[in-house]
Structure formats: C-alpha cells, structure tokens
Design a binder for this molecule. Structure first.
Ligand SMILES: Nc1ncnc2c1ncn2[C@@H]1O[C@H](COP(=O)(O)OP(=O)(O)OP(=O)(O)O)[C@@H](O)[C@H]1O
Ligand SMILES: [Mg+2]
Length: 509
C-alpha cells in the first residue's frame, strides 16, 4: 500500500513543498526514511513508532519506506514527524480512504506519547501552503495562532495524534482555529524599556536620534566614558515608528525559523533591537553555521542593530557588515546551497573618540599619543564609516543639567512626531520597495528631494567649501528630506539642509 501526504521544508525564509510518500510491503520488518534526511528526521522513526502505538494506532509490522520528495532538497528538523506518522497510518489502512489526506498539509514534531510539540518555522510554511493553494493545514495547537496570521487557509490546531486520527476518520471533529481579530490592538501595550525622559541634557543627541529614527538613518555616537551613549541607544526602541503589517510578517518569519517567537504572541509587533556583544563571531553577526541560521543583522531586520564599543569589534567582523548595509540582504553560501536572509536594519554605533576616551573633553585631559588615537580610530574602516549617515558627538553632561528637576520631553511625544514623519515617507514611496528615506537610491533622491532655491545655494557652497563627495551630497539630501518630513514640509528648505550638513562624518573620511 502506498500513501502520500504533503509537508513543507524551509530554506532560508522561504517554504518548499515536500511530498511524503510511505510504502508498506511484505518482508522483514524495517522502517527506512530516504530523501536527504538529517539526523533529526532519522530519529523521527522512533518518535513515530512510539507515538502511533501510544495513540491507539497499530504500528504495522512490515517493511516501511518513507520517501521525502524532492530527493535533492536537504530536509532538516523534526517537522516531518506528523506527516510521516499520517503516511504510515494511511498506508496501513488505519485512516478512512475517503479522507483526502493527499490534499492536506501536515506539520509538527511528535512526542513519544503522541502529543504535538511546538515546531519552528510554521509561519513561512503556512505562507507557502497559501501560495500553492493548499486549503487545509494541520499544525501543533501551540503554533495555531502563528499559522493563522496567514489568511485564506483553514488551520486545524492538533493537540495529539490520537485526536487527529479521530478527526480524519470522522469520529470526532477538530474545530478550525479562528484567529483573534484583535491581535494588532496589543501594539499600544508594548513595553518600550528606557524612556528618553530619563536622559538629562544631550538635547542635540536626542534630536539626532529622532531624525535617525524617522528616516531609518545609520548613526554613530562618539564621546567620553559615562556621557550616556549606551543609555541613549537603549532608548531607541521607545521612539521607533510602528511597523506596517508586511514588515511585521517579515520580521515574524525570521523569528519563527529561529525559534524565538513567544507562543502567546506569535506576531512581532515591535521593531527589534539587537545589541550583540563585541566578541560576537562572524557567523553570529551575519548568520551561518552548518545549517545556516539568521544572524544578529537579520534578527535586527526592520529594527535597530546596536553595536556598543564599535572599535572593539574585530575588524573583519565589522567589514562583513559593508555588503548587507548596502544590499539590505545577506547571502550565505554553503556546500548544500545558498540562502538569503533579509537584513534591512538601522545601525546604531557607540564609541569613545580615543583609547582613554577623553579626546576633545573640556575638563579631563586626553593621555593618548597621536599614533594611539589614529590606530584606535582606524579600527573602523573608511568605507564602513561612510555608510553611516549621521555622526554625532556626545559630550559630558554638566552637573546643572544632571541635577535639573524639570520635566523633559518623554519618548511618547517624540515617537508621535517620528510616526508622522514616517507616515509621510510610507505615503511617498507607495508602490516601491522603499519604506524610508535612508533607503533611497540616486534615482529616488532626484525624484523626491525637491530643494528650494535658497537651499540649493547653500548646498552648492557646502559642496565647494567642505569638499563633499558625490556620496556625501546624496547623504545630505536624504537627511535633509527626513528633517523636512519632521517639519511637515514638502520641499527641502535652507534650514533643513543646514541641519543635515552638521551631521556629516568628522572622523576618518
Ligand atoms: N545624560 C545623562 N542623564 C542621566 N544619566 C546619565 C546621563 N549620562 C550618563 N548617565 C548615567 O551614567 C551611566 C553610564 O552611562 P552610559 O553607560 O550610557 O555611558 P557611556 O557613554 O556608554 O560610557 P562608555 O563610553 O564608558 O561606554 C548611566 O547608566 C546613567 O546612570
Ligand atoms: Mg557605553
């Protein structure tokens, strides 16, 4: 007897349909899985055997072959337990032949007692089911909420294999999962962490962070120890604009394949904030491993990647950021194939200006030699610095400002302004793949950055006197566009350009 059921593999963030064929024949009892399975799938035999036995089914005493097709696609992970078990049951006549199991998609890891466990990557797999017009999907009950984010597919939450057998034999129906229509309402109750109001002084840095958050610009903060750089960066999540639903689904897919989605909240609604330590490896930062997994830059997709103490990161670790910063994706090649993960993040860096940290400090004298300073600053290469739109100095805070009891602006007020500015950008770039000003290429800069005559004059003067490069020219225009958006202006005025010029890099380049 032969039975076929559908399942799914995830390559990178994309799903691929996998057909599970199970054939039973007479002969010496054996259970073999073929079709490039990894160790977890080979162990699946033991789980399937026990799960069927403990769910009231009969494990056939025959020669069993399960084939995962297409055979040239490497399969990994325990998600094939359920389709293999259903294949075995169907091939041995324990499932009503009138039930069209061939047209359903089965996903999930089995326990020995027959219950279904949480499985990674459910969202991209169900997204594929929808694309391939599969109408019915059976998933572990714990993942039903995540699966239901995709519309147009009937999701059945399965607690145990026994329950699923009863459903397929029309003995006891499982109710399809009804998605919660209020899932997006939770966005108002998220916890943002540190509030901007807790940072005293540093008004110009706060303004710079506001501009960066509005337009998605990369930013580097430099200043003496204890001036509040880390503190300021950690307040970033509280002023970032909301994600639109497509962005949220993108981010959720990454967290789904990484197994980092909380089960009670299957949709990532808040922009991610990742701050890897400077001892992080290549693979940890950009993704990799024998079976490639998303790295920190992909986990920070649509959010912030905060690199504290930037010069302490290994030089070659930093250099690998150059390509993703430009392309917004990272491609990892392995012998088994190539995987592309999205990596459209906003880079926030913090550093001291020199090894002792007090270069240019008005109070404490810097004790570093000129060569030590150059060597330290050279750890961040020119091309990387050049990809950071905004450079800002974070000076020490005076006692008066620190001790000041007056209320300062809180994050909510700033976030509202940022949101308005970002909404203007989303509106502007409707129909394109761009979502914020920082992503504009030269063509878009020409189309969307309309400059007033007085601003043009200022631009020309700056180009000539400050010897700005072509890249710097575009950078200033993009920043000026964001500043104009914050001011609610359709054209870029001279004061917007003037502010944008201030943010240009001072170091290295
Ligand atoms: N502007 C500020 N307002 C309120 N508290 C501040 C401010 N700046 C610094 N602090 C206090 O100083 C502590 C240290 O600041 P933070 O860690 O941000 O410094 P840093 O600039 O990152 O220093 P380093 O260069 O050594 O990493 C903060 O936890 C906070 O308590
Ligand atoms: Mg710090």
């Amino acid at each position: 007897m032969l039975a076929k059921v559908q399942s799914c593999a995830v390559i990178g963030l994309e799903g691929a349909l996998v057909e599970v064929e199970v054939d039973l024949s007479n002969g010496l009892a054996a259970f073999t899985i073929v079709g490039l399975p990894d160790a977890a799938i080979n162990e699946s035999r033991e789980r399937v055997r026990s799960a069927i036995k403990n769910s009231g089914g009969l494990f056939p005493y025959k020669r069993i072959i399960a084939n995962l097709a297409p055979a040239d696609l490497r399969k990994e992970g325990p998600a094939y337990d359920l389709p293999i078990a259903i294949g075995v049951l169907a091939a041995s006549g324990q499932i009503n032949p009138d039930t069209n199991v061939e047209e359903c998609l089965f996903l999930g890891e089995l326990s020995l007692d027959g219950s279904l466990r949480h499985t990674n990557g459910i969202l991209p797999m169900v997204a594929l089911a929808c694309e391939k017009k599969v109408k019915t999907v059976f998933v572990p009950a714990a993942d039903a909420m995540e699966a239901a984010l995709i519309e147009g597919v009937t999701i059945y939450p399965v607690e145990t294999l026994g329950q699923l057998i009863a459903h397929l034999n029309d003995e006891r129906q499982i109710e399809p999962f009804i998605p919660n229509p209020h899932i997006l309402d939770n966005v108002e109750n998220v916890y943002y962490g540190q509030d901007m109001a807790s940072v005293r002084g540093q008004e110009h840095v706060k303004r710079t962070l506001e501009v960066a958050a509005s337009g998605g610009h990369n930013i580097l903060m430099s200043g003496p120890p204890g001036s509040g750089k880390t503190l300021l960066a950690r307040t970033m999540p509280s002023i970032l604009p909301r994600m639109v639903i497509e962005e949220a689904l993108d981010v959720t897919k990454i967290y789904s394949v990484s197994g980092m989605l909380p089960s009670d909240m299957p949709l990532v609604l808040q922009r991610p904030f990742r701050s890897p330590h400077h001892t992080t490896s290549h693979a940890g930062l950009v993704g990799g491993g024998r079976i490639p997994r998303p790295g920190e830059i992909s986990l920070a997709h649509r959010g912030v990647l905060f690199l504290d103490e930037l010069p302490e990161f290994g030089q070659n670790v930093l250099e690998v950021l150059r390509q993703p910063l430009e392309d917004k994706v990272v491609t990892i090649s392995r012998a088994q194939g190539t995987i592309t993960y999205p990596a459209n993040f906003m880079l926030v860096g913090a550093m001291n200006p020199c090894p002792c940290g007090f270069l240019n400090d008005p109070v404490k004298e810097c004790t570093c030699s000129a060569t030590a300073i150059t060597r330290y600053q050279k750890r961040i290469s020119g091309p990387l610095l050049d990809r950071i739109d905004i450079h800002v100095e974070v000076p020490r805070v005076d006692y008066e400002k620190l001790a000041d009891k007056r209320q300062v602006e809180n994050s909510e007020t700033i976030r509202k302004r940022v949101q308005v500015a970002r909404d203007r950008q989303v509106q502007r770039f409707k129909g394109t793949r761009i979502t914020c000003n920082a992503e504009m290429g030269p063509a878009e800069v020409r189309t969307f950055c309309e400059v007033e005559p007085s601003a043009e004059k200022l631009m020309k003067a700056a180009m000539q006197q400050l010897h700005l490069s072509a890249r710097a020219y575009h950078r200033v225009l993009k920043l000026a566009r964001t500043i104009a958006d914050l001011a609610g202006s359709d054209v870029i005025a001279a004061n917007h350009v003037a502010e944008a010029i201030q943010y240009r890099p001072r170091m290295g380049v």
